[in-house]
Write a protein that binds this ligand. Structure first.
Ligand code: LMR
Length: 402
């Protein structure tokens, strides 16, 4: 039975963590998975998370009971406000349903299965950016969709190919499902400007496309949670029905707790019971109920005004350290006279930089310099710090020259 099962390819991101863990060279630098590290290369438990955990531990009413099928209401309510804004008319009109998910990936998968069952037209394909997060294609294909790509990155300038993107969305048949990164595009670190988002919304409206926003890095693009939600709020304002996958992995550092939500913004409150019943059914069939611990932590932080403010400060600290590292890498490459232009490393935003290094250069960096990044040349800038930045710059300089 099992002997006929074909070998699956390794995951392009997670394989790096395995390879890096197995590498005991002291010079090793892991720039693979998108997870925040402090200036000593260590994971950072946010002070507000420590405080929320202490409060949970001290609470005599704390228990490990199942959550309801929709998740922890304290989290789903607060997450709606965070994504759509406290003054959101859609929330006031009770036309948003939020279900707690297994972080952003779980939200993507529930959305993918839901859309595959209920998409209109029934033969609509899913359009993902070229390139996109390595898991998007796999999730949507696993759910049964046909997946196509729209142009996104201009590989010559390592900036946004807005004309290509708009043309591909305009030339797609009406009513396609379009996966958009709400902010801090993964893997490129290239986001549309506000006026480009308006152009994208225009074309999407003209062609009747359905927006699916993946929001895994709210707070990491500009350091401001509201500015980072600009695109989502614009589309809601424009009257689109849409889905949003929201993750608390990065912005609250709750990676392994798998805390996230899926939001469905509907045209009217009347359809919410239908939509919510189907999302609840799909969630029940796959995860039964979402995980409680991370949800309780995130809800504590989001609901307590003082903790919320402290959280915003920590997020700013993380995004500022990343920005400092971007500039430091660019400056060192310029100082070394490394062939090519490196301004894009500084100009890109979020956790990643799409360096433009070739597959051969990436392989050389891994095999000869113990430096781990995805095959497409993406680095997690959070893996850089004041102790390894010179080594990383020198290594990149060496491989680019050879
Ligand atoms: C990444 O792109 O590195 C992160 O989103 C982690 C993941 O699950 O792939």
């Amino acid at each position: 039975y099992f002997s006929d099962v074909p070998q699956a390819p390794p995951d392009g991101i997670l394989k790096l963590s395995v390879l890096s863990r197995a590498d005991s060279d002291p010079a090793k630098v892991d720039l693979g998975v998108g997870a925040y590290r402090d200036d000593h290369g260590k994971p950072w438990v946010l002070p507000v998370v420590r405080e929320a955990e202490a409060r949970l531990a001290a609470d005599p009413a704390f228990n490990h009971e199942y959550l309801g099928v929709g998740g922890l209401p304290a989290l789903t309510d607060a997450a709606q406000l965070l994504i759509l804004g406290s003054d959101s008319p859609a929330i006031a009109q009770r036309r948003v349903y939020t279900i707690q998910t297994i972080s952003g990936t779980g939200a993507n998968m529930v959305a993918a299965v839901f859309l595959n069952q209920f998409k209109r037209p029934a033969d609509a394909a899913v359009y993902i950016s070229k390139p996109t997060w390595g898991n998007h294609r796999s999730i949507f294909e696993t759910a049964g969709h046909v997946v196509r790509e729209y142009r996104y990155c201009n590989y010559d300038t390592l900036g946004l190919d807005i004309e290509g993107m708009l043309a591909d969305l305009r030339n797609a048949p009406n009513g396609q499902i379009v996966v958009l990164h709400a902010c801090a595009h993964n893997p490129t670190g290239i986001d549309p400007t506000e006026s480009q988002w308006q152009q994208i919304a225009d074309v999407m409206a003209e062609r009747g496309h359905f927006p699916f926003f993946d929001c895994a890095y709210q707070g990491f693009a500009t350091g401001d949670v509201d500015r980072d939600a600009y695109a989502i709020r614009l589309f809601v304002e424009r009257g689109f029905e849409l889905l949003v996958a929201e993750s608390f992995a990065k912005n609250m550092g709750l990676y392994g707790e798998r805390t996230g939500c899926l939001h469905a913004v509907c045209k009217s409150a009347d359809v919410v019971p239908q939509v919510s019943s189907q999302l609840n059914r799909l969630s029940r069939a796959t995860i039964s109920t979402a995980s409680a611990y991370g949800a309780k932590i995130a809800a504590t932080v989001l609901q307590d005004p003082a903790l919320y403010q402290q959280w915003l400060v920590s997020m700013l600290e993380m995004s500022r350290r990343i920005k400092t590292m971007r500039d430091a890498l660019r400056d060192r490459l310029v100082a070394l006279g490394t062939p090519g232009s490196w301004d894009h490393v500084s100009n890109q935003i979020g956790m990643f930089s799409f360096t433009g290094l070739s597959r051969t250069q990436v392989a050389a960096l891994r095999d000869q310099y113990h430096l781990y990044m995805t095959d497409d040349g993406r680095i997690s800038v959070a893996g850089l710090n004041s102790h390894n930045i010179d080594y990383v710059a020198k290594s990149i300089d060496d491989v680019v020259r050879n």
